[in-house]
Structure formats: structure tokens, C-alpha cells
Design a protein around this ligand. Structure first.
Ligand code: NAD
Ligand code: DAU
Length: 378
């Protein structure tokens, strides 16, 4: 079946994996990647597929209503997978307005443009889908608990027969009320509410997913894992916020992209699905695994980089623990993470070490100068 799908934020970390998956897996689909190319957008993330006949890149701001509406009409878009956002919590603390603008107003702009365009067609919303990608951070923070005196992490929820680590007995389920704490998560929560409101008020066929921390290739090195891998390589300090006690639930990015593919095609309209790794790690333990892995792959004796750990002032409003319960997705659509964390971390560290040119390009800012020149010279 032929389809035309608009993927927003496709030049970013997760978006580039989703674009690659769709372009490769669905040669009959036309994939339009709409991205503003902020500091986080990098077309080098998509070098391998940029010349494919079923792929088109459009540089555009999701807040540009006229531009988005015209694009939907011109391309006859029948599905939208919306990932474009400001995504870094630390930046949202310094500059909340940009987060409200992109994450809230940008999402609202896309919703309204999709509604207007699809309503103008004879079949209206039939066969259409607006898929909004959100985060587990909208649910707030969970406690760390040790049931029956068992020191966390303990193994739990081993329904798939795999090893699932947890730091508590409560998890984020789809019916939890929203309690965002950072400007980033508040803006994402607000966008989620607008998406659901467009379904409840106008009948727009929406689906929402809330995912835990992703890791893997092409992540901008402001986020913990790529930042620390690069710092270890360059023997720079590793700034651990607070005591390093915060817990995150890590998922390999290609597993998230696979879930997005499944939910885009088979998820129920108006439903929410949580996506997580069943894989909780305390920051400091994860950092020790990273140090060990990077040192080993660089041929350094074990312990070489331990001294780089530097405890710094905690992030303001730092959420203690995130942990997703993705049982619904597993039960209803049969999805589960494919990679064990040890395997995922090994792959990820190897990728960053093998792709130092990508990292240097990003950290030097060269990738942005290149695109500025390219667009200014048109
Ligand atoms: P990212 O920061 O790597 O990429 C964001 C992309 O959006 C970039 O390519 C950027 O250029 C683009 N963009 C930003 N503002 C734009 C605008 N106004 N118009 C058009 N494009 C714009 O982000 P990511 O980590 O890949 O996250 C993608 C989505 O997934 C976000 O919505 C985020 O909230 C969500 N999410 C991320 C994670 C995670 O762990 N990274 C987890 C759960 C959910
Ligand atoms: O949970 C999903 C979210 O995961 C996504 O919605 C966000 O877009 C994504 O950025 C991520 O948010 P986090 O704040 O959890 O990710 P980050 O990589 O910034 O930080 C992970 C943990 O590591 C967090 O507890 C803060 C800590 N940290 C982070 C950095 C960058 C440090 O201790 N030092 C650091 O330098």
C-alpha cells in the first residue's frame, strides 16, 4: 500500500532512526522529513539514505503554520509521526520559552494544519493518523524502594523471561496522572494534552506514546551517554549531578523505532502506550559501566578513567527515578526490547569510538556552519 508520511524531527537522534527504518522497510511509502535543523538536527545522521527515491528532506519550523499546511496539501500526507521538539532538560531550565514555543505551539500548529487539510478531503480522517511521540517525564518522579528488605536493584517483571532490573515497586502506567517537574516535561505534557484534545473535540485520529530514556548512535553529546563516552576518550571530567543516585530506565533507540513502526501501523486510535526498557540503572552504576567499556575498547588498563568522575551541583528539580511499565504494549501488540543492556552499551560505545569524525563535527559546530552555508547560498 502506498502512503505518504511526514516525520518531524527526523534529523535528530530518535527521528533519524525512525526515518531510516521507514525508508528502508517501506519502499512504497514516501517519507518526508520535516526538520528545522536546530543545534540538535544533523543531516549527517541520515547520510546513508539521503539519496533514496522515497525520501525527501524539508527544512521547516513546525511553528510555521502556512508552510506546514502547504506541505501537507502538496505532498498529500496521510500520516504524521511527530518527534520534533526541544529535548534537553538542562536547556529547558535555562530557556523555558523556547521549549513552550516548539513543544507546545509547534505541536498545536501541526495538529491544526492536519485537521484542516484532512477535513478538506472527501474521506476526511479515514485512513489518517497523527502519532505524537512523548516522554515518560510527564508522569513526574518515582520513589526508590526496597521491598522486604531486598537491596535494589532487584529482578522483577521477568514476564518475557529476560532480566529486568528495578529500583522500586511502582512504575509509570498509562493511567497515571501527569505531574511534570521540569519546563521540558511541562511543555511535553501540555503538547500531549493538546493532542488528546484534538481527538476528543474534533475526532482527529491520534495515538500517543510515552517512552523512557533512549541511548544509541547519533545522540547529541549533551545527553549523559554520548557526553560521557566522548569525555572519557578525551580524558575530560565526567560531571555527575548530585550523588549520581538518580535512576533512569534505558532503551536502545532501534527498539524504540521498532515500537513506533508497530504502533503507527497497529496501535489503536486515541490510545496511549508506554514504551520502556525494563532496564533501570542508577546513574553512577551506569557511568562505571561506561568507563569500563570505553577503557577496555581503547585498550586502557581497567581503572584508567575512574578518576574522571566529578560530582557537581545537582540539576534543579532533578527527578529521582523513572521506570516505565510497558506491559500494555507487550500484551496488546507483542513488542518487547530486543537488546540486553550490556549488548546495547557495547554497540553504542563502539559506534561512538568508531565514528569520532561524526562526534568531532558535532562538538566543533562544523555541521551547522555547513548547513547555514548550504541554505544561504540557495
Ligand atoms: P533531539 O533533540 O535529538 O532531536 C530533535 C529534532 O527536532 C532535531 O532534529 C531538531 O532540529 C528538530 N526540531 C527542534 N525544534 C524544531 C522546530 N521548531 N521545527 C522543526 N524541527 C525542530 O531529540 P530526540 O532525543 O531525538 O527526541 C525526539 C522526540 O522524542 C522528542 O519529542 C522527545 O521529547 C521524545 N523523547 C525522547 C527521549 C530520549 O531519550 N531522547 C525519550 C522519550 C521521548
Ligand atoms: O526519560 C526520557 C527523557 O530522557 C527524554 O524525554 C529526554 O528528551 C532525554 O533527554 C532524557 O532526559 P534525562 O534528563 O533523563 O537525560 P540526560 O541524558 O540529560 O540525563 C540522564 C541522567 O544523567 C539524569 O539523571 C541527569 C544525569 N546527568 C546528565 C548529564 C547530561 C548527569 O549526572 N550529568 C550530566 O552531565
Amino acid at each position: 500500500m502506498k502512503r505518504t508520511i511526514l516525520i518531524t524531527g527526523g534529523a535528530g537522534f530518535i527521528g533519524s532512526h525512525v526515518v531510516r527504518l521507514f525508508v528502508n522497510k517501506y519502499p512504497d511509502y514516501r517519507i518526508i522529513n520535516l526538520d528545522k535543523l536546530t543545534y540538535a538536527g544533523n543531516l549527517a545522521n541520515l547520510k546513508d539514505i539521503e539519496d533514496r527515491p522515497n525520501y525527501r528532506f524539508v527544512r521547516m519550523d513546525i511553528c510555521d503554520f502556512e508552510g506546514v499546511l502547504n506541505l501537507l496539501q502538496d505532498e498529500k500526507v496521510d500520516g504524521i509521526i511527530h518527534l520534533a521538539a526541544e529535548s534537553h532538560v538542562d536547556r529547558s531550565i535555562k530557556d523555558p520559552f523556547t521549549f513552550a514555543k516548539t513543544n507546545v505551539m509547534g505541536t498545536l500548529t501541526l495538529l491544526q494544519a492536519a485537521k484542516l487539510y484532512w477535513e478538506s478531503l472527501p474521506e476526511q480522517f479515514d485512513g489518517k493518523r497523527f502519532y505524537h511521540i512523548s516522554t515518560d517525564e510527564v508522569y513526574g518522579a518515582l520513589e526508590i524502594t526496597d521491598p522486604a528488605g531486598v537491596e535494589p536493584p532487584f529482578t522483577t517483571r521477568a514476564s518475557s523471561g529476560k532480566h529486568h532490573l528495578a529500583y522500586g515497586t511502582s512504575f509509570f502506567t498509562e493511567d497515571l496522572k501527569y505531574q511534570p517537574h521540569s519546563p521540558y516535561s511541562a511543555a511535553k505534557a501540555s503538547s500531549d494534552h493538546f493532542v488528546r484534545a484534538y481527538h476528543d473535540t474534533y475526532g482527529l485520529p491520534v495515538v500517543v506514546t510515552n517512552c523512557s530514556n533512549n541511548y544509541g548512535p547519533y545522540q547529541f553529546p549533551e545527553k549523559l551517554i554520548p557526553l560521557f563516552i566522548n569525555n572519557i576518550r578525551h580524558r575530560k571530567p565526567l560531571p555527575v549531578y548530585g550523588k549520581g543516585e538518580n535512576v533512569r530506565d534505558w532503551l536502545y533507540v532501534e527498539d524504540h523505532a521498532r515500537a513506533i513502526d508497530l504502533i503507527f501501523h497497529e496501535g489503536k486510535i486515541a490510545e496511549t502506550y508506554n514504551i520502556g526498557g525494563f532496564n533501570e540503572w542508577k546513574n553512577i552504576d551506569l557511568i562505571k559501566v561506561l568507563i569500563k567499556t570505553v577503557d577496555r575498547l581503547l585498550g586502557n588498563p581497567e581503572g584508567t578513567s575512574d578518576h574522571l568522575i566529578t560530582y557537581v551541583t545537582d540539576r534543579a528539580g532533578h527527578d529521582l527515578r523513572y521506570a516505565i511499565d510497558s506491559t500494555k504494549l507487550q500484551r496488546e501488540l507483542g513488542w518487547e526490547p530486543s537488546l540486553q543492556f550490556e549488548e546495547g552499551i557495547e554497540k553504542t560505545v563502539r559506534w561512538y569510538l568508531d565514528n569520532q569524525a561524526w562526534m568531532d563535527n558535532v562538538t566543533s559546530g562544523d555541521y551547522q556552519r555547513y548547513y547555514e552555508d548550504m541554505y544561504n547560498n540557495r
